[in-house]
Design a binder for this molecule. Structure first.
Ligand code: UGA
Length: 435
């Protein structure tokens, strides 16, 4: 199949590479010529395990191409995926101007029928709007079949998630588009759900918001644990064994971040409001998520007293491990808060140092360290903000020797408290210490 993917961000690039891997001829298009040049020279602009290898393999096999020529890519392909960004507007609504801009171009440059696949996360009813926009801007010259095909991949395991999905969701009212999508995704041997466009769009928002809700629920339980002396790890383990609840996304900590959950929960609340439903449940999810960061910060201040002149080693800046993505990461709040209180903040992340420099370079008293041990050297406390495997496996005895104080604030509950105690640490985590 000949496919154009418009937008080579996370979703677009992974989708393009994986569809090429399945044997299709894919052109990934972007209006950022620097990015396209970088990709054409074999460099991947984001950190994502296995992506580079799969891109290289498919470029060499002449199945994957990168281009800035949008009109030609539209003309030459029959299936066109829209994977451009849908950032949040000031009021939390999704900004659809990029999606609509691309749709206008598709309408303008299409000379034969096209299947237009909405891959970006969009509010319910966007597909319907796209269909009208495509038709009106093309003067009814050609036929467009709109498909909603939401993406469920996670950063850090994006390739695996794309190639081994638990479900593929296809929303369309066209029989021929349905057959084309079956042909495209059939080789994955995963369940394919065919539904209408509105339902497909809602499946995406409802799923992300439900996962965010699970996390906030676990975090609320963690706060009750702190007030009662219970251990949130024990509680969520006990809950998760019930298959009706499930173990995943019950990890308490300093809350969710990333480019999806915060934005999608916000957008879902707005959509509901516009339609006349007040989604108070999701507003509480946001409130709990914001509280987790503040509460962690307050614990640090409470234990250390004044932070003025204290040296704090911050381990982990990315919003989660295996990515260099800092969007909505807890570090974006915590590092400036600590620095404003007069602390010397010595930060380290295994892969997110470059994006972190862009964010924190202008802040006084933030130092970028080459590794964990440099960050911890003579520190008054260690703060773990991201659950990188290498922090789990760190030689904590060696760490204890370089620290000024053997004090750890663990925002991700990486360790068993008793083990850390045995190693000589005062260990403060989430939902496991009575206040
Ligand atoms: C999320 C969804 O998991 C994907 O299915 C979806 O496709 C994607 O959004 C999207 O809409 O594009 P992602 O944002 O990459 O994927 O990351 P997750 O692994 O879901 O983690 C999100 C946040 O939740 C992270 O900050 C993570 O630390 C936090 N989290 C996750 C917890 O605090 N506790 C948990 O138990 C699980």
């Amino acid at each position: 199949m000949k496919i154009a993917i418009i937008g080579t961000g996370y979703v677009g690039l992974v989708t393009g590479a994986c569809l090429a891997e399945l044997g299709n001829r894919v052109t990934c298009v972007d209006n950022n010529s620097e990015k396209i040049q970088t990709l054409n020279s074999g460099t991947i602009p984001i950190f994502e395990p296995d992506l580079e290898e799969i891109v290289k393999r498919n470029v060499n096999a002449k199945r994957l191409f990168f281009s800035i020529d949008l009109p030609a890519s539209i003309r030459e392909n029959d299936v066109i995926f829209i994977a451009v960004g849908t950032p949040s507007k000031e009021n939390g609504e999704a900004d659809l101007s990029f999606v609509e801009g691309v749709a206008r171009k598709i309408a303008q440059h299409s000379q034969n029928p096209k299947i237009v696949v909405e891959k970006s996360t969009v509010p319910v009813e966007t597909g319907r709007r796209l269909q009208a926009l495509l038709t009106s801007h093309n003067g009814n010259k050609t036929r467009f079949e709109v498909v909603s095909n939401p993406e469920f991949l996670r950063e850090g395991s994006a390739i695996h998630d794309f190639l081994h999905p638990e479900r593929v969701v296809i929303g369309t009212n066209s029989e021929s588009a349905r057959a084309k999508m079956q042909e495209l995704y059939g080789p994955l041997n995963s369940p394919i759900i065919f539904t209408d466009i509105n339902s497909a769009e809602l499946i995406k928002h409802a799923s992300n918001s439900f996962l965010a809700l699970k996390i906030s629920y676990a975090n609320a339980i963690a706060n009750i644990c702190e007030l009662t002396g219970a251990d949130v790890e024990e509680v969520t383990y006990g809950m998760g064994l019930d298959s009706r609840i499930g173990k995943q996304f019950l990890r308490a900590g300093i809350g969710f971040g990333g480019s999806c959950f915060p934005k999608d929960v916000d957008a879902f609340i707005r959509i509901a409001k516009q339609k006349g439903y007040s989604f108070g449940l999701l507003e509480e999810v946001q409130r709990i998520n914001a509280f987790q960061r503040k509460h962690f910060f307050e614990k640090i201040k409470k234990r250390l007293g004044s932070l003025k002149g204290k040296s704090l080693a911050v381990l982990g800046l990315a919003f989660k491990p295996n990515t260099d993505d800092l969007r909505h990461a807890p570090s974006l709040d915590l590092v400036p808060w600590l620095q404003k209180e007069g602390a010397l903040v010595r930060v380290f992340d295994p892969v997110a140092m470059n994006p972190a420099r862009l964010k924190f370079d202008s802040l006084p008293n933030v130092q970028f360290c080459a590794d964990e041990f440099e960050a911890m050297n003579l520190a008054d406390a260690v703060l773990i903000l991201t659950e990188w495997q290498q922090f789990k496996e760190l030689d904590w005895e060696k760490a204890n020797a370089v620290l000024k104080k053997a004090l750890i604030f663990d925002g991700r509950n990486l360790f068993v408290p008793n083990r850390m105690k045995q190693l000589g640490f005062e260990y403060i985590s989430v939902g496991r210490d009575a206040l």
